[in-house]
Design a protein. Sequence first.
Length: 289
Amino acid sequence: MSDPVFQNVAVIGSGTMGAGIAQVCATAGSSVHLQDISQDLLDSAHGRIESFLTKSIQKGKVTEDQKATALANIQTTVELGTAVERADIVVEAIPEDLQLKNDLFRDVASKCSENAVLATNTSSLSLAKVFQGVAHAERCLGTHFFNPPPLMPLLEVVRAANTSLEVVDRVLAWAKAIHKDPIVINDSPGFATSRLGVALGLEAIRMVEAGVAAPKDIDKAMELGYRHPMGPLRLTDLVGLDVRMAIADYLNEALDSPAFQVPLLMRDMVAKGLLGKKSGKGFYDWTGS
């Protein structure tokens, strides 16, 4: 295994995305500090990583030695300073709350090296606002991973107005070192993937609302007719209706486009707690999953 581009990686947030990003980096050979606000959350994340690697062994994709090495490369901490003080890159994977992210990066910038790359995993928020007031704006950019990070090859590298070309080049090299296939997008609401994906998902919901077809048939149309690996309604269930609705509201305000107006059906489902897989029910029944 070649030396990783960023030897020391800090991942802030140990949810589904943060744990997955930590696993990807650790498997590629980096020393990873995974940070969150409680040790219980970190222990849960570590358990999910170990379980994922165990299943990968059963599928013949990972060896026992690779699993052991990856787990040994991950350290957990509740202390932000401990996580970022030696980091070559800090990847933020906390909830999609603009103020929360901006506050975090201001704090991170005061605790890490001025040469450390600062990267947000936001799927849609304005990088200009996420990094507003953060020192050394030239080292700030977006690294939008896809769920689940260990399996999805795409990495959307988002360049903010002040991001240096050198930093973009370093992150592109890092993406390839951690076995991702990167694309470069300029900072714009929803970037490329969320903007296109949410628009398609909202239109699919409007079709259900209008009685055009059942969710499974709409999804099958896109899977078989357009070779999408997953239909837009099943994907919405996996992401979470509440998460996608928040992104749609943000894009509707930012872009002033009818394509991002949230259907009443979606608002009703969210109000009733029908959020998709995480709640057990959405457009599909996930209770047996």
